[in-house]
Write a protein that binds this ligand. Sequence first.
Ligand code: TYD
Length: 211
Amino acid sequence: MFITFEGIEGTGKSTQIALLKEHMLAQGKRVMVTLEPGGSRIGAELRRVLLSLDNRDLTPQAELFLYLADRAQHVAQVVRPALETGAVVLCDRFADSTVAYQGFGRGMDPELLHRLNEVAVDGLWPELTVLLDLDPVIGLKRAVARNHSEGKTNAEGRFEAESLAFHNRVRQGFLKLAAAKPERISIVDATGTPEDIARKVKALVEARLHA
Ligand code: TYD
């Protein structure tokens, strides 16, 4: 089973992925946690290029193709092989992030981005996408606090430096995607406690497993 987590910065995706992993391990499942950008060996190099504040001159088009390259490599070398062994794959961001950030955030055509995603994912779409939804005012505060405590204020954080208006467009983009694909994308309110949110995520996964 392939499950992706989406949402703007600071929605607690990695916390929820860790909690769901524990829950699934306790059920005797094999679980692999991965992320985009950076889930493959080559992807880790692309991630550094994509997120470095030194690369503020990266053009929107070049940025797009680096995210797509990361995805193609990740699907082929990491996600598909893991699924073929019967593992559950939990992925922090996937194709919807490209439509939300490069499309709704940067203004590129969402339909075109969907078609480019089709090339990158090569037929492998998630069975469930959990969209953690949060007001960017709260999300960015959390992300800045986290970056600060992890000491990565300079190396990573190109997107945290974007304006609130940008993150609002990204949030609305994710919500539009969820409205267009309700059979795959489920919205979870990310304002509650991590435990509350984890309960909702578990319920969605159980419903999907028994569908
Ligand atoms: P990351 O540090 O993983 O952010 P977060 O912890 O919020 O998930 O950085 C990933 C950044 O890359 C994030 O700001 C969103 C952006 N991104 C895109 O713009 N397009 C994409 O296709 C993907 C996968 C990520």
